[in-house]
Design a protein around this ligand. Structure first.
Ligand code: BGC
Length: 761
């Protein structure tokens, strides 16, 4: 009864306010979102305001009775008092409805909750891990994956995803490289925008679009030595030119929320970083959405040695512009006191609350708080067959052919495989795995739902025999616990080697387990984990017709394989349709076109290694020793950024540059398919600003074009360079363009292409 009265009171209040404003202005126009926010804010107590700034992790056993004691009880009590603005990790229409009903019907003002979730590469239907999908360089497909992820997630009650991660990273040791778009700011920016568009769609108020989050603001991808959560120490130029642009683009694309990060930047934790959250994000970029903290990142400031207790956490975070506290419990406990003692201005709280309410209004939650809670829709859309079709399409496009020497078996090339009978041996634990190919960060989905490589291949041929060779992991794996790798047991080698001897072709599926990358999964070694390298060499010793299919969540140092194995296919972790996608590529029904979004090092000692490095004053090579190099390894990567082969070949010719209009420089090139199969190429344009007031990298990607060509066909490809591509940020964060000489290169990867130059007037 009380709840009904309260709800009616809240609605009555909003209506009265609406009429009052209209009467005053003597117009009939409906209230804007900003009017509604203002009206609601006036009605809120300080506690209720702070409640909006509080986000709790999922309440256990939501559909059961509310517990009588413990943490969950406290959360329920808080929810009923209007002290919770958002939750995370609650999914399913029943669960979401239950909590939303409490917020809407039992709290005084009935403000609906936001339901956040890490919908990272699909919700139930899983797409390739983001790093893998970035290898497609196909913005339309990437947008579609995010769109479908939003459709499924929203059908399961979720209205806010903590994605995309737009952190640039150059360090393959960092496990979270799997979650981003790789090392390059230009590509990463385009992909970030595509993902945001996919999640948020054209109409935020629709029931199948969700709020996106650009994360982690900022610098998290530069954790020292690739160790997750570690110190970040980056220079100003790297911050402005490499780290921040994808976030700025996300804001310009209308991203509704930004998540801060665990790391420090110049000694200030991101959560308490005014420079990042206020000066740059909210003031300079005019971001109107809200900042959510990362999980407990406020609390962690005590361990950082920045805040002495939770009280100070509340003060420092709020003042610095961290609007919503995820799981630090600082605001709910102490923000009121901080306001009352004058440590935090009420205007600061009001600003944060307005931002949070704005997102709720934009999503249409005040019009219908249950819009994402339609059980029939959930049933229809989760694992919808059309989603599997899209997942297969982008999975194929994400595969990168790393090596394909033209060895012949029975007069035919090794790859693509001959569909006619030949005895195929499939070796490796990952080949028969339905879980690992789903990758990390798929907490909303179901385990063991990937089409395995074996299942995919069997659709093509029955002449196929499997031997595991060796276990990759020991025991169970999950998102929370450390994965244990089999480092010793080689007892299965014998059977695998025997099978290899008696087969025409071997497909070995090796790499990392899906839970070896992701959050908290840093590695110091980048080779094939466990006994896999040994297994590879043992099998190769008896049969050289070997195709190595890699499955991994980060670049690997597979130097031996590159030197010896005739064909290598990088498949990342491709999600639900893994086996089908790999089979289509191996049997040639799909011609691979993926290009690496991250450099593959030759050695861990080279890391961080990236294509857009600076020349240094001693670039070399020189005969004597005093130049910037290693004495025991080349400076070159194993595979450069942008690298990827095809079953056909492409030739570049006729580079033309028209620089007469400095506002629009055009670069054209002719690309010809010189092979015998239709194929897709991703042409890449790189620039070098030769002399600048802040030193520029030796190469920077500034354009790319993905297109298909029939055998023998050629096409002229045009790129346009405007000041946006030719300029850079100075050390004060101003974007400038400087006249002068530029080199350019257009080609098939970051190391091979036609070269030219022009002068920018
Ligand atoms: C991660 C975030 C994630 C959050 C909520 C944190 O540990 O760093 O990326 O969104 O948890 O699950």
């Amino acid at each position: 009864m009380i709840s009904k009265i309260a709800r009616h009171a809240a609605f009555a209040f909003l209506l009265t306010f609406q009429f009052a404003v209209q009467a005053q202005n003597n117009i009939k126009e409906p209230l804007t979102i900003e009017d509604k926010i203002k009206a609601l804010l006036q009605k809120m107590t300080l506690e209720e305001k702070i409640g909006q700034m509080n986000q709790y992790n999922g309440f256990w056993e939501i559909t059961g009775p509310a517990p009588a004691e413990g943490d969950a009880k406290k959360k329920y009590d808080h929810l009923r008092k209007g002290l919770v603005g958002a939750v995370l990790n609650v999914k399913g229409t029943t669960n979401v409805r239950k909590l939303q009903e409490i917020a809407v019907k039992e709290t005084r003002l009935g403000i609906p909750l936001l339901f956040g979730y890490d919908v990272v590469h699909g919700h139930k239907t899983l797409f390739p891990i983001p790093l893998g999908e970035a290898a497609s360089w196909d913005l339309e497909s990437i947008e579609r994956s995010a769109r479908i992820a939003a459709i499924e997630a929203s059908a399961a009650g979720i209205n806010w995803t903590f994605a995309p991660m737009v952190d640039i990273s150059r360090d393959a040791r960092w496990g979270r490289v799997m979650e981003g778009a790789g090392e390059d700011t230009y590509l990463g920016t385009k992909i970030g925008i595509a993902r945001i568009k996919g999640f948020q769609g054209d109409d935020l108020a629709a029931n199948n679009t969700i709020a996106a989050t650009a994360k982690h603001f900022a610098g998290y991808g530069f954790a020292e030595a690739g160790r997750d959560y570690n110190t970040v120490d980056v220079g100003t130029s790297t911050l402005y030119n490499i780290i921040l642009p994808p976030f700025k683009a996300a804001v310009d694309a209308g991203v509704l929320t930004v998540m801060n990060s665990f790391n420090i930047l110049n000694g200030i934790p991101a959560t308490a970083n005014r420079f990042l959250q206020r000066d740059i994000l909210k003031d300079k970029w005019d971001f109107k959405g809200f900042v959510v903290s990362d999980w407990g990142s406020g609390l962690e400031m005590i361990d950082h040695g920045f805040a002495k207790d939770l009280k100070q956490v509340a003060e420092l975070s709020a003042n610095a512009g961290s609007d919503m506290d995820m799981e630090s419990y600082a605001y709910v406990a102490y923000l009121k006191e901080m306001v009352e003692t004058g440590k935090v201005d009420i205007k600061t709280v009001d600003d944060a609350v307005k931002r949070i309410l704005r997102v709720k209004f934009k999503l249409g939650l005040f019009d219908d708080p249950y819009k994402y809670c339609d059980a029939a829709r959930e049933k229809e859309l989760i694992y919808n067959p059309a989603h599997a079709v899209a997942a297969l399409d982008v999975a194929k496009k994400s595969i990168v052919l790393l090596k394909n020497t033209p060895v012949k078996i029975n007069g035919r090339p090794l790859l693509p495989l001959n569909k006619k009978q030949q005895k195929i041996a499939v070796i490796g634990a990952l080949a028969d795995d339905k879980n690992s190919p789903l990758g990390s960060w798929r907490i909303g989905s179901d385990d063991n739902t990937a089409v395995s490589v074996m299942e995919g291949l069997k659709k093509y041929t029955s002449a196929i025999t499997y031997a595991k060779g060796a276990d990759l992991v020991i025991g169970k794996t999950d998102f929370i616990n450390e994965v244990k790798i089999n480092e010793t047991d080689t007892s299965g080698f014998k059977a695998a080697v025997q099978l290899a001897r008696n087969s025409d072709v071997i497909i070995m599926v090796l790499g990392e387990h899906g839970f070896q990358s992701g959050e908290g999964r840093s590695r110091t070694k980048l080779g094939l984990p466990g006994v896999q390298q040994q297994l590879l060499e043992a099998v190769y010793a008896v049969n050289k017709n070997l195709v190595l299919v890699l499955m991994n969540g980060r670049p690997l140092t597979i130097n031996w394989a590159q030197e010896n194995i005739p064909a290598i296919v990088e498949t990342w972790q491709l999600g639900s349709q893994t086996g089908n996608a790999i089979a289509e590529v191996l049997f040639g029904d799909h011609n691979p076109s993926g290009k690496l979004p991250m450099t593959f090092p030759r050695s861990v000692g080279q890391v961080p290694i990236y294509y857009n490095y600076y020349s240094t004053g001693r670039p070399g090579p020189k005969p004597e020793v005093f130049w910037s190099h290693y004495t025991d390894e080349s400076n070159k990567p194993l595979y450069p950024f942008g690298f990827g082969l095809s079953y056909t070949s492409f030739a570049y010719s006729d580079l033309r540059i028209n620089s007469s209009n400095p506002a629009k420089i055009t670069v054209t090139v002719t690309v010809k398919n010189t092979g015998s199969l239709e194929g897709t190429e991703v042409s890449q344009l790189y620039i070098r600003d030769k002399i600048a007031s802040v030193v520029r990298p030796v190469k920077e990607l500034k354009g790319f074009s993905r297109f298909s060509l029939k055998a023998g066909e050629s096409r002229s490809i045009e790129f346009v360079l405007t000041p946006a591509e030719l300029g850079f940020y100075d050390n004060n964060g101003n974007f400038i363009t400087e006249p002068g000489d530029f080199d350019i290169m257009v080609g098939t990867n970051s190391e091979e292409g036609l070269k030219g130059s022009f002068m920018l007037k």
